[in-house]
Write a protein that binds this ligand. Structure first.
Ligand code: FE2
Length: 426
């Protein structure tokens, strides 16, 4: 049997060592040793081979715009939204596309091959929607982009958001978004959750809502989101992003809420880098971390992923498209430092995020899409510790990124040091 590509000798996340035989865009065989011809063979003996990273929460219309027209002085969510409002009238189709495509290159180089990005629908021109629809098409051969219609300025609060959000969905945007905590009243927020979920149910679409991204312990839109998911038969198709208010909620209420979310089959995506930076800005000390209750959600059987949210934009001045940075911050803030918990954090930025996006072709199994990343690490926990180079990235059967291993020995105090490969253990 002949293959187009064989990835030889990699260590899988579960510790197995195997060869992966690829033909066309499919994984055809995974065996301890494949003895066959191939047009190309990559030897990755001793390195971690993983299904690609997946980001379930991003803003590709705003990325790489940091400093335009100014920076966010207070560091708050609200100033970020105001700043984005100043930038919006200045956007051009070409500029949005150029920034988004540059970010997609960053993503590919990091082995990040599927991204769910929100796109602002509060713009009568729907310029960013058109630009990102173009980008989705351009990158489709190597990167899966899912677009969420996101009424940034409020589905009801912004006078034309409702019609523009529906127009965006008509144009081919994939997922229904919302921002209930930014509506004028709790009641409007609740109503927006109901109507947006009804729109999704009618159209057979998934829902991904910015939900309760606030330190206000009384912000309880997740309750309505879970209720609507169940009422409308949307189990497994609804995600609540952020849920930061849950950090500050009363414990008794949370004990009632967690089973409701689990019953409704609603998944949750905190965005650790952004939550730790944006929440608690009105606190003195002690200052709240603000990230939602990840270990408790997991314990309740709720699917949880980690998202990146922002890179170099009105809300966040850093970022590299590395989902290992995201998981690294997530495990610190959630105090998930046991070996099992750290391993889970790796899964949260790979397989769990893929499940949240509904990527059925995902995973290192025969018959699945041939997409993977090779990391200069021995196992998932070492990958989290080192956030190492991505030695090779394969997307849909093709090698899309390669990087030579950096084997240079350090010299410390005049002697060759024992440290190599950024402190790799082997
Ligand atoms: Fe967001």
């Amino acid at each position: 049997m002949n293959f187009d590509l064989i990835v030889k000798g990699g260590t899988f996340a579960d510790g197995r060592v195997a060869d992966i035989g690829i033909r066309g865009d499919r994984i055809i065989a995974i065996e301890p040793r494949i003895e066959a011809d191939a047009r190309e063979v990559i030897d990755v003996t001793g390195d971690l081979v993983s299904p690609p990273f997946v980001d379930p929460h991003f803003h590709m219309d705003a990325t790489l715009s940091y400093g335009t027209p100014r920076i966010n002085a207070s560091g708050t969510l609200l100033e970020g939204i105001g700043l984005w409002g100043e930038l919006k009238p200045l956007l051009t189709h070409e500029a949005v596309k150029e920034r988004a495509l540059a970010y997609c290159d960053w993503a590919v180089s990091m082995g990040l091959l599927a991204i769910r990005t929100h796109v602002d629908t509060c713009d009568d021109r729907l310029l960013a929607v058109e630009a990102l629809l173009d980008v989705r098409k351009t990158v489709a051969p190597y990167l899966d982009l899912q677009l969420v219609a996101f009424p940034q300025d409020g589905f009801y609060r912004d006078p034309t958001a409702r019609q523009n959000t529906i127009r965006a969905l008509d144009m081919g945007v994939d997922v229904v978004g919302g921002i209930p905590h930014f509506e004028r009243t709790m009641a409007d927020g609740t109503r927006s959750v109901t109507e947006l979920c009804e729109i999704a149910a009618e159209r057979g679409l998934m829902v991904d809502m910015h939900c309760d991204e606030t330190d206000d312990p009384m912000s309880r839109h997740i309750e309505q989101l879970a209720y609507e998911a169940q009422r409308l038969g949307l189990q497994g198709k609804v995600n609540g992003s952020h849920l930061t208010s849950m950090h500050s909620m009363d414990n008794y209420y949370v004990s009632k809420l967690l089973p409701l979310i689990a019953e409704a089959g609603v998944s949750v995506v905190p965005n650790p880098l952004i939550n730790i930076v944006i929440q608690g800005r009105h606190d003195t000390y002690p200052k709240r971390r603000g990230m939602t209750r990840v270990p408790e959600l997991l314990k309740a059987g709720i699917r949880v992923g980690f998202g990146q949210d922002c890179v170099l934009d009105p809300w966040y001045p850093l970022g590299t498209a590395d989902m290992l940075d995201v998981a690294f911050m997530g495990l610190h803030v959630a105090q998930m430092t046991s070996p099992a918990d750290m391993r889970r954090c790796f899964d949260m930025v790979t397989t769990e995020n893929a499940a949240i996006l509904g990527l059925e072709d995902y995973g290192l199994e025969a018959g699945k899409m041939a997409s993977l990343v090779v990391l200069d690490a021995g196992n998932p926990i070492e990958a989290l510790r080192l956030r190492p180079d991505r030695l090779a990235v394969v997307s849909k059967g093709k090698i899309v990124s390669r990087q030579a291993r950096n084997d240079a020995r350090l010299v410390i105090d005049g002697r060759p040091a024992s440290v190599r490969r950024r402190h790799r253990a082997d």
